[in-house]
Design a protein around this ligand. Structure first.
Ligand code: FEO
Length: 167
């Protein structure tokens, strides 16, 4: 059984994951409308992953005797100043989500809720991977510069495909 405090923080995380999914969806649509196929595919796939994260939280809350609330989702931006800015915003968002996951870890230890502590570890690792993945894209963009957006777009498509074949 979840404490009220734990229930609330987990439910807030449902909302954060839902917003992450919408944010990536907005970035995907923005990139697709500009003919950036590889980049849009990357963001669409990311949006799906975030939806899966949201569902994991919903299922966990319900399995532990709670009733997860489906959140009202804030409207994400429609436009982004550029590709680099979109990835910078992604990294910033992932860092914010990592902080939120850390807060859940801290509360689980404070409450001696070891079931939640054990379950949330998957997200601790996932966040490390997501931050590293976005950071590696930003590093690549830094190397290529805006002039080579076409090459970058093809590259990111190949990166995603390679990642999927490993899963
Ligand atoms: Fe589910 Fe990338 O936060």
């Amino acid at each position: 059984m979840l404490s009220e405090k734990m229930y609330n923080i987990l439910n807030e995380q449902v909302s954060k994951e839902a917003y992450a999914s919408q944010l990536y969806l907005a970035m995907a649509s923005w990139a697709e409308a500009r003919g950036l196929e590889g980049i849009s595919q990357w963001f669409y796939a990311q949006s799906e992953e975030e939806r899966e994260h949201m569902l994991k939280f919903i299922h966990f809350i319900n399995e532990r005797g709670g009733h997860a609330t489906v959140p009202k989702i804030e409207l994400p931006p429609k436009d982004f100043p550029g590709v680099r800015e979109a990835f910078d915003a992604s990294l910033e968002h992932e860092q914010m989500v990592s902080e939120a996951i850390n807060d859940i870890v801290a509360l689980s230890l404070e409450e001696r809720d070891f079931a939640t502590n054990n379950w949330i570890q998957w997200f601790v690792e996932e966040q490390m991977e997501e931050e590293a993945s976005v950071q590696s894209i930003i590093d690549k963009l830094e190397l290529l510069g805006d002039r080579n957006l076409y090459i970058f777009d093809r590259d990111i498509m190949a990166m995603r495909a390679a990642g999927e074949s490993k899963e």
